[in-house]
Design a protein around this ligand. Structure first.
Ligand code: SAM
Ligand code: SF4
Ligand code: SF4
Length: 337
């Protein structure tokens, strides 16, 4: 039976983001800076992470509450062994209309075909620069541009629709906006520019490091004119634009300068099974404990429904009122983007 749940701002629960692991083979400075996530960092042990059985059970419960779209993320989700098996299991859940993964692309060449065969239709690949030296600086000296581009090509060849995410930071990679736009326009993959966000507590975020949606648009427009296009659906995270000459699309995710909390329908489950109702939350609810102590799905369903009913989150709308770094926010690598 399906029950639609609404939060205190009348927002339905429609999207579920599942982080499969808190581990990653990159050390992007804005997400897992090396000096914090170094050799001594204690990552979650296998028994603390939700199993595929638990994830399938949980997804079914979320679907019964209105979830239609599932995004698999991390850490780096491709580090999770047998990921295609999980994709297949989630894809077979009646009511899941869309399943996607977000990945750094470094292992995509190896897994693209298996993921497609498991029922995945689309993938989002993160890439912040086409310049190898700059890319390595941004990812903690771990990933090479060519490897990610090969992953993107393999995904497209396998039949997956590809979107590319680029986080833009002042003085770090703003010079890459135009080269990235030109490259992916030609390749016909949708490129989405993401404003650098104050997620977690470890990246030392400052407002002056943000390149705004307006600045990004101005830079592209000056060389390659764009026009706005309608959202695909209510609550779409990216604002969409099309090049005037060839209809190729780009998107901008402007959590900082043009927030979109009013339509936020996303629940997030961290690798250790905590439920977060906002990317900037300070506290999550321990679903793992509930799943491991109760066989009764109704108990879990009721708890999630209660949490969603009481949800008031609108962090980005209220960002200016928050004292940055005063509160302990969950890290991006725990709950995924
Ligand atoms: N490892 C995968 C990847 O990089 O695609 C999935 C997890 S990663 C946390 C998900 C997305 O969040 C990536 O596109 C990444 O660039 C973005 N991200 C991480 N930290 C961010 C920040 N502080 N501001 C904006 N986007 C961020
Ligand atoms: Fe890893 Fe993705 Fe975070 Fe980069 S953004 S450190 S690739 S989880
Ligand atoms: Fe949703 Fe929180 Fe982001 Fe607002 S700040 S859009 S409520 S995740």
């Amino acid at each position: 039976m399906k029950t639609k749940v609404l939060d205190t701002l009348e927002r339905p629960l429609r999207d579920l983001r599942i982080s499969l692991t808190d581990r990653c083979n990159f050390r992007c400075r804005y997400c897992m800076p090396e000096e914090i996530f170094g050799p001594d960092y204690s990552f979650l042990s296998a028994d603390k992470i939700l199993s595929f059985d638990e994830l399938e059970r949980l997804t079914k419960i979320f679907v019964s509450l209105g979830v239609k779209k599932v995004r698999i993320t991390g850490g780096e989700p491709l580090l999770r062994k047998d990921l295609p098996l999980l994709i297949e299991r989630i894809n077979n859940i009646e009511g899941v209309q869309d399943i996607a993964i977000t990945t750094n692309g470094s292992m995509l060449k190896t897994y693209a075909e298996a993921l497609y065969n498991a029922g995945l239709t689309r993938v989002t690949v993160s890439l912040d620069s086409l310049d190898d030296a700059r890319f390595r600086q941004l990812n903690g000296n771990r990933g090479k541009v060519k490897r990610v581009l090969d992953g993107i090509q393999a995904a497209a060849d396998a039949g997956l629709k590809v979107k590319v995410n680029m986080v833009v930071q002042k003085r770090k990679n703003e010079q890459d906006i135009l080269p990235m736009a030109k490259y992916f326009k030609e390749k016909k993959h949708i490129l989405r520019f993401i404003e650098y966000m104050d997620v977690g507590n470890s990246n030392g975020w400052k407002m002056e490091d943000v390149v705004s949606k307006k600045e990004i648009l101005d830079r592209i427009n000056a060389q390659m004119p764009l026009k706005p296009i309608d959202p695909n659906y209510t609550g779409e995270v990216a604002t969409r634009f099309q090049y005037e000459d060839d209809q190729q699309e780009i998107g901008i995710i402007s959590s900082v300068t043009d927030s979109f909390c009013a339509n936020c329908s996303r629940a997030r489950v961290s690798a250790e099974g905590k439920l977060y109702t906002c990317l900037f939350a300070t506290k999550g609810f321990d679903l793992r404990k509930l799943l491991r102590t109760s066989d009764d799905d109704q108990v879990v369903t009721q708890k999630i429904s209660d949490i969603w009913n009481h949800r008031t989150d609108r962090y980005s709308d209220e960002r200016a009122n928050h004292a940055p770094h005063k509160k302990s926010k969950v890290e991006m690598s725990h709950i995924g983007g």
